[in-house]
Design a protein around this ligand. Structure first.
Ligand SMILES: *Cc1c(COP(=O)(O)O)cnc(C)c1O
Length: 391
């Protein structure tokens, strides 16, 4: 199709052109309908073209689209106020993507480290298997060498410890450490929840040393797990949280939330983003938060998430030789196969379902949070046939 060869070849794409969406359904240019269990990689949490998101964005588009952060705008102030009201944080830095939110957190940790403990305090301790983005700093924080290869030299100051290895974490944290950076549930790395014991030890080490515990909730924040923030279910409150994907209801926006105690280390001029906190994205994000914090919304996410997990577990019981594990929280669920299943997502696409394959062996399901049990049943039925046919 004209245009394909004009796009940088950085993605291997499924052979479909999607032209329309509504709720949990998508349609391609041949009129074929799909049920969406990918949600634009955990972005379209209210489904496609949610009326509240459209209305908020449309009325903002007709009023004021952009002025920069040299001035105050109402949507940005209202969104910040809403995020602060629903979280531990006192202030929000707005940007446009997940990588930018994590980048901001890393810069905050370094400035704070330098201010409080001197210029040798800059290290960020990260986890193996993590994913934090594709900029040079965030790809270095990412604990997967496959994303780093060929981009060396990488920025200094990032260490990696194995997930859930409390002893390794204790050894890694020292006088140079400015922060510990954790995805409470590793998303891209294969939907792996970090143990509560490990998170509590990270909290304890950060308290003891006066350094920052930073959660990357770019994928699992904003309702995905059945609470507005994933940290609410861990028993551990971080000092910094990074958000993006689901926040804008499909419009690009990122946010880095922190307490005043940390945020004072980013004074005027220390960090910036021209588009950050754009009025249209902020208006949409505020509508997203209003819907998600409305009566029953998050309880339903927990309920449908449990239903999906139950269905996957029962599939795993029928195919013990093929399925190694089922895991997840709320509506981020995964099936780990015993052997690589490189064609599974393409097969499911042919069946009319969008899903995400991670690392050739893990099927990641992150549907819109408004998914219904009937739609889950349809996916489980198609998946069962595909699993039965696996060699
Ligand atoms: C997707 C993701 C990012 C990067 O977000 P972009 O918007 O693609 O820059 C960072 N961290 C986590 C946990 C993610 O899932």
């Amino acid at each position: 199709m004209t245009g394909q060869t004009a796009i940088a070849n950085t993605y291997s794409r499924f052979p479909v052109t999607l032209v329309k969406g509504g709720g949990c359904r998508l349609w391609d240019d041949r009129g074929r309908e799909y049920i969406d269990f990918a949600a634009g990689i955990a972005v379209s949490s209210l489904g496609h073209c949610h009326p509240r998101v459209i209305e908020a964005a449309r009325s903002q588009l007709e009023t004021l689209i952009h002025v920069s952060n040299l001035y105050w705008t109402r949507p940005q102030m209202e969104l910040a106020e809403c995020l602060v009201r629903h979280s531990f944080a006192d202030r929000v830095f707005f940007c446009n993507s997940g990588a930018e939110a994590v980048e901001a957190a890393v810069k905050l940790a370094r400035r704070r480290g330098h201010d409080l403990y001197g210029s040798n305090c800059y290290e960020v301790v990260c986890l193996e298997g993590s994913f934090h983005g594709r900029t040079l700093a965030t790809v270095t924080a990412t604990g997967q060498s496959v994303y780093q290869r060929g981009f060396e030299p990488l920025p200094a100051g990032f260490l990696h410890v194995p997930m859930d290895n409390v002893g390794a974490l204790r050894l890694a944290v020292g006088p140079r450490t400015a922060a510990i950076l954790i995805e409470p549930i590793q998303g891209e790395g294969g939907v792996r929840p970090v143990s509560q014991e490990f998170l509590m030890e990270a909290r304890r080490l950060c308290d003891e040393r006066g350094i920052l515990l930073m959660f990357d909730e770019v994928q699992v924040g904003v309702g995905r797990t059945g609470t507005l923030f994933a940290y609410e279910q861990t028993g551990v409150t971080p000092d910094v949280v990074c958000l993006a994907k689901a926040l804008g209801g499909g419009l690009p926006i990122g946010a880095m939330l922190a307490r005043d105690e940390a945020m004072v280390h980013l004074p005027p001029g220390s960090h910036a983003s021209t588009f950050g906190g754009n009025p249209v994205s902020c208006a949409a994000a505020k509508a997203v938060l209003e819907v998600m914090t409305g009566p029953g919304f998050l309880d339903k996410v927990k309920d449908t998430g449990a239903y999906l997990q139950e269905g996957l577990r029962s599939l795993a019981t029928s195919y013990r030789d093929k399925i190694a594990d089922v895991r997840g929280v709320g509506l981020i669920q995964a099936v780990e196969f015993a052997h690589p299943v490189p064609d599974l997502a393409t097969g499911l696409l042919e069946d009319g379902f969008l899903t995400i394959l991670s690392h050739a062996r893990v099927l990641r399901l992150v549907p819109p949070l408004i998914i219904e049990k009937e739609e889950i049943d349809l996916l489980l039925e198609a998946l069962k046939k595909r699993v039965a046919a696996l060699k």
